[in-house]
Ligand binder design. Sequence first.
Ligand code: NAD
Length: 356
Amino acid sequence: MARVVVLGAGLAGSAFCVPLADQGHEVRLVGTHVDGPIIDALASSGFHPRLKVALPPGVRALPHDRLGEALSGEVALVVIAVSTAGVPWAAEQLAAAAAAAGRRAPPVLMVTKGLAAEDGEIRVLPAVVEDALRRADVASSGVGGIGGPCLAMELAARRETAAVIAHPDPAILDRLIELIGAPYYHVRPSGDVIGVEACAALKNLVVMPVGAVLGQLELAGEAANGARMHNAAAAVFSQALGELEHLVRALGGRVETVLGLAGAGDLFVTCQGGRNGRMGRLLGRGLTYRAAKAQHMADETVEGAELALAVGPTLARWWSSGRLDPDTIPLTRALIDAICHDHPFAIPWSQLHWPP
Ligand SMILES: NC(=O)c1ccc[n+]([C@@H]2O[C@H](COP(=O)([O-])OP(=O)(O)OC[C@H]3O[C@@H](n4cnc5c(N)ncnc54)[C@H](O)[C@@H]3O)[C@@H](O)[C@H]2O)c1
């Protein structure tokens, strides 16, 4: 039995507590400053109001000002599960708590998905956390990530899935695999932290063109013989996966990661629904990004669109300078152009190249 601290009591962080607690671990779920009502509900009834399940008794919910207490003693793992925008905050909280205790930071895994653009480079979120630890002069035990198909509601309901756990230290990775796996949560190890993290973030972007096909179907309706547009969606899916490979390789990740759980697996589940696919559908119906957001998704975070705005300008410099071959990513270019410049999005069929 080990002690695990999960930072962020939203859907993903709280769901991740379920397999950990089912394996007998002592889980401390620390809310952020906006998770107060969830932490109160968990503390009084054990019931998570958004996941709509009771978390196992082994999960102890704590407010954000008790992170230092949560991190006391021997902690085997810290999981960061806040939204992308909250990662610098979470990293600083973790670094400050470890510095105050005068200890090495425990191993960290990111459930949060995203990328950070800075000075013409694009970095995965574990690098952002490493930076915060370095700034606070705290020794790191390595920061990795979790990828693969994992809808929080399904994990919380103990429905079967498989995940890839990536960490830079092979010995720690072995321990984490032992610690995290559960009968319904099948985990596989990877040393490709960049690839897993890049897939996790970028699949939210490349799923939007697949969603756009469904938006076109909504406009066009079924053909007279009842035909829909499954073929078109599948053709765009194949192109999207190929572009994911080019993007992930440009960031330093490996091809096999793209073809595995973190890439193809997560892209498939993301195509089944969710906010990024929905934004894609709205774009496919001819709305610009700003109109779609304002009229239909005003209060929702669309992570793929946020990612396009965050890393799009850097990627555009990469393909203009030849650092990234523009011919390999026509869907991505069209999408980034549409979102960053608020242009209508159209699938550039004549430029798609589908690898054999
Ligand atoms: N929902 C899923 O099925 C799922 C599965 C795997 C990974 N993820 C990833 O996990 C991350 C969180 O997603 P979620 O679905 O749990 O979202 P959520 O909205 O349910 O929870 C967001 C969490 O981030 C915190 N937060 C929000 N804004 C913040 C800020 N400015 N500063 C600090 N903390 C802030 C919230 O308090 C909450 O703990 C995302 O990157 C998402 O892609 C989600």
